[in-house]
Design a protein. Structure first.
Length: 339
């Protein structure tokens, strides 16, 4: 939402805080499926309220508000059409926008974020305090929730895979393991850009369940092998490159070292470790990773890191940072080799 910099500071603070209300407005639109009802052309609230099971006057008020923030466009006789932003809310729209809004507006996400003061006071996961279990255990309990979360990650990080594939020469490798690669969005983007390598997608069984459909849709079934397992126990051995995208930021330092040491053990002497993360700039420079760092604190209990912090962490696991490669997205590629 737009903040009027000319207003007194306390008024600007209130405007910022109202962002949570906008999140719930968007979540309601996603949950009700308004965008899907308008996909074939403009309609009034009265015309779609029966299908949606809503109170028509109240639906009109929601649609009017959605128009005021650029999701819909209001025409004559209160007929509403989708804008490009609204079109991204369709259930079948690429990019995971709908799933991301449903996650950010969910009851469990809000319960987690309410425990941020607790996490700041203790350094512990607010999610575990609020829901009584680690976040990934909670997500894994429901196939629907797990699929929604995988799609949400595409929504969060959707611009990153093409930028990562373009920024680094993956063609030098014969085999690439995507450790904790979920449905294979990053791996298939890399392989689609670099036709030489073969890929191994490695993640928990309930996470890779949705991977075959994506891999097949991108014509890469013959180049991607799916292996299921836990990176806390082992990772596939003998590959040329090990990619971990938004994995290390999820976990405590002790858990990170376990994952990294398993990678170290599986790697050949000349193999490379590639961490795709939002590497934080020093100082007060704005960066989306600084907000994500707070989500990591209160959610799984992990953290984002600066370049020196990655060097220190990787050194403990027997690695040396060779370079940090920026991309055209907020993430960088931390390239490490065996020390």
């Amino acid at each position: 939402m737009s903040i009027d910099q000319g207003l007194p500071p306390h008024v600007q603070l209130v405007q910022i805080a109202l962002g949570t209300t906008v999140t719930q407005i968007l979540r309601a639109a996603a949950e009700l499926g308004i965008a899907d009802q308008l996909a074939d052309g403009p309609k009034t609230a009265e015309e779609i309220s029966g299908t949606l099971g809503t109170h028509a006057p109240s639906l009109h008020r929601l649609m009017r508000t959605l128009a005021s923030i650029g999701i819909l466009k209001q025409g004559a006789e209160h007929r509403y059409a989708l804008t490009p932003l609204g079109d991204a809310l369709r259930a079948d729209a690429p990019g995971g926008g709908r799933a991301t809004l449903l996650t950010l507006g969910s009851e469990w996400w809000n319960r987690m974020m309410e425990e941020l003061p607790y996490s700041v006071r203790t350094g512990k996961s607010g999610f575990e305090k609020a829901l009584g279990m680690p976040i990934f255990e909670f997500i894994g309990q429901s196939p629907v929730r797990a699929s929604m979360f995988s799609e949400t990650m595409v929504g969060f990080h959707g611009a990153e895979p093409p930028a990562v594939a373009a920024a680094y020469d993956f063609s030098q490798f014969k085999t690439i393991v995507d450790v904790g690669g979920a449905t294979g969005n990053l791996l298939t983007t890399i392989l689609g850009t670099h036709p030489g390598p073969q890929g191994i997608l490695f993640d928990m069984p309930h996470v890779v369940r949705d991977a075959p459909a994506l891999i097949q849709s991108r014509g890469l079934t013959d180049r991607v092998k799916i292996e299921s397992g836990s990176f806390f126990e082992s990772v596939p051995a003998g590959a040329d490159a090990y990619v971990l995208s938004h994995v290390i930021h999820d976990w405590s330092e002790e858990q990170c070292l376990t994952i990294l040491r398993h990678c170290h053990r599986a790697m050949m002497p000349e193999s490379k470790l590639l961490l795709v993360e939002m590497v934080l700039p020093e100082g007060e420079a704005p960066h989306p990773g600084k907000t994500l760092d707070i989500v990591m604190l209160v959610g799984p209990g992990g953290q984002e890191r600066t370049p020196p912090e990655y060097e220190a962490l990787l050194a403990k696991a027997g690695f040396r940072v060779a370079r940090v490669v920026p991309t055209a997205s907020p993430v960088s590629i931390v390239e490490a080799v065996k020390a």
